[in-house]
Design a protein. Structure first.
Length: 119
């Protein structure tokens, strides 16, 4: 039993890995991260990314190479978009929508609607 992540459109980061912005938010270098649950790990880029020289979040946590076997895990899905401007976007940019689905998988042996009596 579990859930399947069905991502929407996501783009890789277009930042140079040596740029200060990317060093503070290396989390955007991967779309999916999995860590064992820890109540102290709440912010994917660390607690104060704007004031930090390097990302103190997911890259640092996963570098510890902790096992996730038989552990409660946290799935970190990183999605983003790059807005390609159009004349219609000026002076007010419209809303962009980014989404994903979590679909249940393996909860039933077969489709539960097969037992619905006919009308």
């Amino acid at each position: 039993m579990g859930y399947k992540l069905l991502p929407g459109g996501c783009f890789p980061a277009l930042l140079d890995p040596s740029s200060p912005v990317f060093r503070r938010a290396q989390v955007i270098g991967h779309t999916l991260w999995v860590t064992p649950y820890s109540e102290h790990e709440r912010w994917p880029c660390g607690e104060f990314p704007v004031q930090a020289d390097a990302d103190a979040g997911l890259p640092a946590w996963t570098a510890q190479n902790r096992s996730i076997e038989n552990e409660d895990v946290v799935l970190w899905y990183v999605f983003g978009l790059h807005h390609v401007t159009r004349p219609e976007d000026w002076p007010v940019m419209p809303v962009d929508t980014v989404s994903f689905w979590l679909k249940p998988v393996g909860f039933f042996d077969r489709n539960p609607s097969l037992d619905v009596p006919p009308t």
